[in-house]
Design a protein around this ligand. Structure first.
Ligand code: FES
Length: 149
């Protein structure tokens, strides 16, 4: 288990915010082009603030830890603040991930954007940070990733 620090292990063993919100204001799923793993995030939004978030991850331990910490981070943020969260911040919050696992944090970053995209689409809203975002886009391995592997 030497690859992973204690914080990653803790979020993997005891993930926060697991599951799916009932009647979410936004829900998004994102599949990693790198490994094929999937993540779903559902959000509750009140007055442009994310008041709750839950995730389901069909993926590896790093993806589970990333989504656990990422949902913790965005609860209480405005939509704009949540859109500005980068996978690098998620990795930092976890105290680091092995280089080959950085793409797992990208999954969390994109799943958040997918959920907000769904919220924005359903409510006819536009947000800076969502321009050009397509939850179904095919991406190459590194697009959207702030950290060189
Ligand atoms: S290996 Fe697929 S998300 Fe981590």
């Amino acid at each position: 288990m030497g690859m992973y620090n204690d914080k990653v292990m803790d979020h993997f063993m005891n993930p926060h915010n697991i599951g799916e919100l009932e009647n979410p204001d936004g829900i998004g799923t994102y599949g990693s082009p790198v490994c094929g793993d999937m993540m779903q995030i559902s959000i509750r939004v009140e007055n442009d603030v994310i008041t709750d978030a839950k995730f389901k991850t069909f993926g590896c331990g790093s993806a589970i830890a990333s989504s656990s910490v990422a949902t913790d981070m965005i609860i209480g943020m405005t939509i704009e603040e949540a859109l500005a969260v980068t996978n690098k911040q998620i990795v930092n919050e976890l105290g680091g991930l092995p280089a080959v696992k950085i793409h797992c944090s990208v999954l969390a970053d994109h799943a958040i954007k997918s959920a907000i995209y769904d919220y924005a689409t359903k409510h006819g809203k536009t947000y800076a940070g969502l321009e050009g975002f397509d939850p179904n886009a095919e991406e190459d391995d590194h697009e959207g990733c702030d950290i060189e592997e």
